[in-house]
Ligand binder design. Structure first.
Ligand SMILES: [Zn+2]
Length: 448
């Protein structure tokens, strides 16, 4: 959270949104499936799967508009010369840019020598805009954004250059949006005006311990979010954090709120009762971004029968999808083993082991190594007895297979007593915003 950020009152979203019921109706029209979630558990031993499904790729979704650098309005009058706005390209360096623009290289050296300038000057990212004012190649000023809230400004003075960092605070506005899933979470999100990045936050950072976004999402599921939008000088520059979220999955309400304590010691998502949303095991040990995902909304849920002869859960996903450690643990096995193909086994303590089969390759982990929850351990493939790319996932307790989709996981830790009162007071306000719904009513500020 930016210290300078403020919350807007009376926010009206820029892109017009239809009323809620109309939005739900629109999302209902978005069948032909662009991509839903497919779930299946193979009930045979041969691990064969059907036709590969179409994978959702975030690359095909519209990009977030590139931000424009706003040059500080008050340029000192002494700075006469030509203005060049240079957009940084791949492999650019300041030297290369100066040579290309035929600017004085001694000036660059002098500018670099200005205390605290070099680090922020030389870190170039593609698309950055550097504004240079020069007089016959002699640099009069150099301006570039160095963070979301700061611009570096270097100007010529008598014997050299001086630099200053200009603060350009963001307006943080709170927006509420909701939708119902018909064909896929991403399609419903788009219909609700929510970016794919926010959906990934929802799936990976908030509900990834409670909901298996690969297998559990189904038609009729609903979401409701209050999230931040960042504006500078009235221009939308991107989304911020989700502040509160509801997800109704198969009729069960899951809710979470972002809580950052005033002293900064606590910053995470919590359930309304103050339990952390994090748990010892992820529901689905796959990166959500690339899970191949289609479901047929006419057929309710593709699997409700879970494990039969099969001792694990299969996640259809395209080859190369990141496989994550479901929980903290130690690598007990990494190698090739019969029908499993390339397989990793993790030991988690308490007699729990998890197994990940049919990988295309490993991530470079070694036997005996400790891994944290979420660490990439390998990539989806079809090695071993698999007829199509998928992850075969097993969860064992003291050597006995459990259904990872239904096994009872240890309870999450509650927020510590010292923060409980503060948490309850502030989360209550946030949940009230979720419950009211509708962007127009999200007007009151959360105390920060
Ligand atoms: Zn399997």
């Amino acid at each position: 959270m930016q210290p300078s950020a403020r919350t807007a009152f009376d926010y009206k979203p820029q892109n017009s949104r239809s009323p809620n019921h109309a939005r739900w109706f629109i999302s209902g029209l978005l069948l032909p499936l662009i991509g839903g979630i497919v779930a299946y558990t193979v009930a045979t031993q041969d691990d064969s799967i059907g036709t590969p499904r179409q994978a959702i790729s975030l690359d095909t979704l519209p990009p977030i508009p590139m931000e424009q650098v706003t040059i500080p309005a008050a340029m000192p009058p002494s700075l006469l010369g030509d203005t060049v706005e240079y957009v940084v390209r791949r492999n650019d360096t300041m030297d290369r840019i100066f040579r290309q623009l035929k600017l004085n290289l001694t000036d660059l050296a002098t500018i670099r020598d200005v205390p605290s300038v070099q680090a922020s000057l030389d870190q170039l990212r593609v698309g950055d805009i550097i504004t240079l004012v020069h007089d016959e190649g002699l640099v009069q000023s150099l301006t570039r954004r160095i963070s979301e809230t700061e611009i570096l400004s270097v100007t010529r003075v008598n014997e050299g250059f001086k630099s200053e960092v200009i603060e350009t605070p963001l307006d943080i506005q709170e927006v509420q949006a909701e939708g119902t899933i018909d064909s896929s979470l991403f399609v419903a999100a788009r219909a609700a005006g929510i970016s794919p990045e926010l959906i990934l936050q929802l799936a990976n950072d908030i509900f990834g311990w409670e909901i298996d976004f690969a297998l559990d999402i189904q038609p009729g599921d609903k979401f409701n979010l209050v999230y931040e939008q960042k504006y500078r000088d009235g221009k939308f520059i991107g989304n911020g954090r989700i502040l509160a979220a509801d997800f109704i999955n198969n009729g069960t309400l899951h809710r979470a709120v972002w809580f950052e304590s005033k002293d900064g010691q606590v910053a995470d998502y919590f359930a309304p009762d103050g339990r952390s949303m994090r748990r010892a095991f992820l529901r689905a040990p796959l990166e959500f971004t690339r899970i191949s995902s289609n479901f047929n909304p006419k057929r309710r849920h593709p699997i409700l029968n879970t494990i039969r002869a099969h001792k694990g859960v299969d996640y259809a996903a395209s080859t190369g999808t990141v496989i994550k450690a479901a929980g903290d643990g130690r690598v007990a096995f990494v190698g090739t083993k019969g029908g499993y193909g390339r397989v990793v086994v993790l030991e988690h303590g308490g007699g729990v082991e998890t197994l990940y089969g049919h990988m295309s390759r490993f991530s470079g982990i070694r036997k005996g190594q400790r891994v944290r929850q979420g660490t990439t351990i390998g990539f989806v493939g079809s090695s071993g007895a698999a007829t199509g790319p998928h992850l075969h996932y097993e969860y064992l307790v003291n050597g006995v297979h459990k259904n990872p989709r239904t096994v009872r996981l240890p309870d999450a830790a509650p927020i510590s007593d010292g923060y409980r009162a503060e948490f309850l007071a502030r989360s209550g306000l946030m949940f009230a915003k979720l419950d009211r719904g509708g962007a127009a009513t999200v007007a009151s500020a959360l105390p920060r």
